[in-house]
Design a protein around this ligand. Structure first.
Ligand code: 13P
Length: 313
């Protein structure tokens, strides 16, 4: 079922697990995410970044929305990392009700102004907004931020930013990196704990590829409710294509695509287990969940149930 990001993240937060949000490029990616989520009875998110949106256009958006609607588990569809008002408008018009307004490449005051404006726009469509404060290093969607340009999230500034922009979710930079970690990942957990104390919205951690299980667990314990994953899934797809092409002289295209789906699905299943969301689909499908979603003016897009472990923060 098509769910709202608010339902997914707030239910995950209350029950101390996190939602896996996976960047997809095509039908194979969409099928890999939805099949993995259904296999494990887990909620999940399909993410389109602006490069994919430009390539796939409204067809890709419709594909994601339809896959979410016809899925047996809660799936939200989200526009990832958008620095452009026109891409955000395109996504909203196409029916995506969850966007990331990413002003993090800009200086702080411009980030704040951009995020505030995009949040107003998105909220007027009934959509939710994720924004970033600080600046994550690494490469994503053809955009590279060098390590020296990266900025850690300041907890006080985070509080001011959330209050001023009214964003629904906050992506934090605590040493996380887009793409491969060049050395052992080092996350600043005291900083994450301080951010958690200073803001009340669900927190998001980008660059989850390559993070070891203990870091994932600790991040969830300290308030991360959504992990973004791209690199590991994409690499599994490419490796599978390379392998199949080298193993077969006359490859069948459908077989190639199915192998790609299987390879991605394996990684996605591992991540859903790690994030603790496997077996949690039912928590989003109760009358209580419906009631909360309706109360928040989000209609019958999914929901929440009050049960399971309580937050430890
Ligand atoms: P990775 O490519 O490092 O998994 O990061 C994905 C991401 O953060 C998407 O926004």
């Amino acid at each position: 079922m098509l769910s709202s990001t608010r339902d997914l993240l707030e239910t995950a937060r209350r029950n101390v697990y996190a939602i896996g949000a996976f960047n997809i490029y095509n039908q194979e990616g969409v099928r890999a995410v939805v099949t993995a989520a259904e296999t494990l009875q887990s909620p999940a998110m399909l993410q389109i970044h602006p490069g994919s949106l430009k390539y796939g256009g409204s067809g890709l958006v419709a594909l994601c929305l339809e896959a979410a609607r016809s899925s047996s588990v809660p799936i939200a569809v989200h526009l990832d990392h958008s620095t452009s008002a026109s891409a955000i408008q395109q996504a909203l018009t196409g029916g995506i009700l969850s966007i990331m307004a990413d002003g993090s490449p800009f200086p702080y005051s411009e980030n704040l102004a951009f995020t505030r404006e995009m949040t107003k726009l998105a909220h007027s469509h009934g959509a939710t907004v994720e924004a970033e404060i600080g600046r994550i290093s690494g490469t994503e969607d053809g955009w590279t931020v060098e390590e020296k340009e990266a900025l850690m999230t300041d907890p006080d500034q985070a509080a001011e930013f959330v209050a001023a922009t009214k964003v629904d979710f906050l992506a934090v930079t605590i040493g996380n990196v887009h793409g491969e970690y060049r050395s052992q990942p080092r996350l600043d957990f005291p900083r994450l704990a301080a951010i958690r104390k200073s803001v009340d919205v669900p927190l998001v951690l980008h660059g989850a590829s390559g993070l070891p299980p203990q870091m994932i667990d600790k991040s969830i314990e300290l308030g991360v409710s959504k992990f973004n994953v791209n690199t590991e899934v994409r690499q599994a797809y490419v490796q599978s294509l390379k392998f199949e092409l080298s193993a077969t002289k006359t490859p069948d295209l459908v077989d190639l695509m199915n192998s790609g789906i299987e390879a991605m699905q394996k990684v996605i299943c591992e991540k859903l287990q790690l994030f603790g969301s496997a077996g949690k689909a039912h928590l989003h499908q109760s009358p209580y969940a419906e009631m909360l979603a309706i109360k928040r003016g989000q209609g019958r897009q999914g929901g929440q149930r009050k049960q399971g472990r309580q937050r430890s923060y």
